[in-house]
Ligand binder design. Structure first.
Ligand SMILES: Nc1ncnc2c1ncn2[C@@H]1O[C@H](COP(=O)(O)OP(=O)(O)O)[C@@H](O)[C@H]1O
Ligand SMILES: CC(=O)N[C@@H](CCC(=O)OP(=O)(O)O)C(=O)O
Length: 292
């Protein structure tokens, strides 16, 4: 009897959120660091299907960094990163496309379609979707060339809206193009943030391999469950946030400042973390809201 009551309570707690989010659009980034966990990946697919069936429009952007590195290693080469971005020569770009567009994108898309919900896998090269420009890194003194690494210049919003209007879940591989015929490798957080900004999504949700944001990653008591974009900027200015979290947090701030209502960073290793964040009062990760 108690179990039944608990189940009913879960549904009742979710009801206002279900009403609130019906017809709204969420952009969800599925990070490569959690892809090796099969259970978490299957739970993610189920969460996506459920959210779509209750009327939320979804756009998925996926990563795949670890799998790209594995493939590069199999060729006897080492991956090289500058400021968290992969140095991408011509040969590396071919591997990036093969892994992201050819493999991971199709795997996720197929799994969603198999559950009876329509998904369509695209990269930024399909439908002129992500126009990119070459990204340089500045180290204070000079401009560093890291090859075919891009940043988003323009998102083809009407193409995206057409897919959503036809009830598809677009599943996006973070690869861009330019008019000269170049392909670009773009960090998936940047693509998710740019897509979220372009369509002014209700939520941008980044699934990663950490519970959320800590003031000090070595002290679990410093977990931050909610902050606004000004507080997030302060953490960066004070150099409290470092490493892989720095570009991620910058993406969150940029999405908020361009019109996304909220950004959530959640632990993709935890099964059904998406549902727990969206449909419970307390949530489980870090939520960033617009500044006052
Ligand atoms: N202050 C912080 N709070 C949370 N995570 C942090 C922080 N500083 C660094 N990190 C690291 O950032 C990592 C997430 O970034 P990243 O590896 O780029 O994720 P992904 O592959 O999902 O994009 C975490 O695994 C964590 O170790
Ligand atoms: C330029 C750059 O670094 N691109 C990334 C693209 C994949 C990605 O972003 O994957 P994760 O989300 O799993 O890190 C890379 O080559 O690894």
């Amino acid at each position: 009897m108690r179990i039944l009551e608990e189940k009913v309570n879960v549904l009742i707690e979710a009801l206002p959120y279900i009403k609130k989010f019906n017809g709204k659009t969420f952009v969800i980034k599925f990070g490569g660091s959690i892809m090796k966990n099969e259970e978490a990946q299957n739970a993610f697919i189920k969460d996506i299907v459920l959210m779509k069936l209750i009327g939320i429009n979804l756009i998925i952007v996926h990563g795949g960094g670890p799998k790209i590195s594995e493939n590069i290693k199999a060729l006897g080469k080492e991956s090289e990163f500058v400021n968290g971005l992969r140095v991408t020569d011509e040969e590396t770009m071919k591997i990036v496309e093969m892994v992201l567009s050819g493999q991971i994108n199709k795997e996720i898309t197929f799994k969603i379609n198999n559950q009876g919900v329509k998904a369509i896998g695209i990269s930024g090269k399909d439908g002129n979707f992500i126009r990119a420009i070459k990204k340089y890194i500045y180290n204070g003194k000079e401009k560093i060339d890291i090859g075919f690494v891009g940043e988003v210049e323009e998102i083809n919003i009407s193409f995206l809206k057409d897919l959503i209007d036809k009830d598809y879940i677009p599943v996006i591989a973070p690869i861009g193009f330019d008019e000269e015929g170049n392909s670009y490798n773009i960090n998936a957080d940047y693509v998710a943030s740019a897509v979220s900004s372009a369509i002014k999504s209700e939520k941008l949700i980044l699934l990663t391999d950490v519970e959320g944001l800590y003031k000090d990653i070595n002290d679990k008591s410093t977990f931050i469950s909610s902050l606004d974009s000004n507080e997030a900027k302060d953490l960066i200015l004070q150099e409290i946030i470092k490493g892989g979290m720095l570009p991620k947090l910058e993406c969150c701030i940029s999405a908020i400042e361009s019109g996304s209502k909220s950004v959530h960073m959640i632990d993709g290793r935890k099964e059904h973390s998406l549902l727990l964040e969206i449909f419970t009062d307390k949530g489980i990760g870090t939520m960033i809201k617009g500044g006052e």
